[in-house]
Design a protein around this ligand. Structure first.
Ligand code: NAD
Ligand code: IPM
Ligand code: MN
Length: 342
């Protein structure tokens, strides 16, 4: 199994090293290709990735990523040259983000525990507010203008919505579709229509339409009432940082960027490069290790995935814990503990 490693910037390399350490313990036949693309590469070469990055990635079975973004590179430059380009060009249609509070992890909501927080977010991943379509004109003049267009295609919406229905059918049978169809006149109402159409294929799933602002409040006030959420690219992005906080913080949350046509999936923690804590062994590697679990499932190694998840759960329950979870362990201590639990 060939896995490309995009460790990236900031805490990315720190958390990816722990995920690799854990997977190497399994001896399940993974061969790593380290790709040095990120902000340091940009300073040296003027681009975030090699010109043939996409075909190189396509030649692997999966991609394990840390994070990109560094204060020395403008964010749109680093992100559109890396993760957003990869999602679009590999056509990774769906971003699946489980948000489950593991026993032992402190929850910021008073009186809530693991039985209250167990959700999966299905985020559209190649278009919507992240279509990258727009422009700037008349720079420096009073008439200066910036336009950025939200673009929904029927094909792009249908595939992610259908994926979410399938997931909901295998869980509680309830799908929450998050939109903003009160203020939006064209795009989110179109999304709603597609939800209604696809609902016809899944009679066992009850679908509810919830405005995204109200959903934010509900996630805090009554998280147990939410199971599978499908949302546009931007709404999914915002909701999953909120959900990450509910599951113990940015360091806990995992994600799978999945193509639906046999492409290699890309697996990354939800958090960014965290420049504020980078290089100090403070980062929680749980989100990266959990992302590696999602990768093992994608590679057809479900028994290994289940073993790693159990080991991660044991470490969350018994410690050691990094500072964000109230402990004083280092990133490496947590990775070592997961290895020991395995
Ligand atoms: P961030 O997720 O990097 O950090 C937000 C907060 O969460 C910070 O206080 C940070 O210390 C904390 N945090 C993040 N990961 C943690 C971990 N593993 N353990 C403990 N605490 C953790 O978000 P940001 O500060 O808004 O963004 C920083 C940079 O990362 C920016 O350049 C941004 O564009 C980029 N970014 C990249 C990705 C990605 O590559 N997928 C995702 C999000 C943000
Ligand atoms: C995420 C990140 C990215 C996104 C950024 C880095 C472009 O926040 O994966 O959640 O918004 O998709
Ligand atoms: Mn995000």
């Amino acid at each position: 199994m060939k896995v490309a490693v995009l460790a990236g910037d900031g805490v990315g390399p720190e958390v990816v090293a722990e995920a690799r350490k854990v997977l190497d313990t399994l001896q399940c036949g993974i061969e790593w290709t380290e790709l040095p693309w990120g902000s340091a590469y940009w300073h040296e070469h003027g681009s975030m990735m090699a010109p043939d990055a996409i075909p190189i990635l396509r030649g692997h079975d999966a991609i394990l990523m840390g994070a990109v973004g560094d204060p020395s590179v403008p964010d749109p430059e680093s992100l559109w040259g890396h993760i957003l380009k990869i999602r679009q060009e590999l056509d990774l249609a769906v971003n699946v983000r489980p948000a489950r509070l593991l026993p032992g992890v402190p929850c910021p909501l008073a009186g809530r525990g693991p039985e209250d927080i167990d959700m999966v977010f299905v985020r559209e991943n190649t278009e919507g507010e992240y279509a990258g379509i727009g422009g700037r004109a008349h720079r420096g003049h009073p008439t200066e203008v910036a336009v950025e267009s939200l673009v929904f295609t029927r094909a792009g919406c249908e595939r992610v919505i259908r994926y979410a229905f399938g997931l909901a059918a295998g869980r509680d049978g309830v799908l929450t579709s998050a939109t903003k169809s009160n203020a939006s006149r064209y795009a989110y109402p179109f999304w709603d229509e597609i939800v209604e159409e696809v609902a016809g294929e899944f009679s066992e799933v009850r679908v509810e339409r919830v405005l995204v602002d109200a959903l934010c409040a509900r996630l805090v006030a009554n998280p147990a009432s939410v199971d599978v959420v499908v949302a546009s690219n931007l709404f999914g992005d915002i909701l999953t940082d909120l959900a990450a906080a509910l599951q113990g913080g940015m360091g806990m949350a995992a994600s799978a960027n999945l193509g639906l046509d046999g492409q290699p999936g890309l697996f990354e923690p939800v958090h960014g490069s965290a420049p504020d804590i980078a290089g100090r062994g403070l980062a929680n590697p749980s989100g990266a290790i959990w992302s590696a679990v999602l990768m093992l499932e994608h590679l057809g190694l479900s028994p290994h995935a289940a073993r790693v998840m159990r080991a991660l759960e044991a470490v969350c329950a018994n410690g050691p814990r990094t500072r964000d979870l109230g402990g004083s362990a280092t990133t490496g201590d947590v990775g070592d503990a997961v290895v020991a639990a395995l």
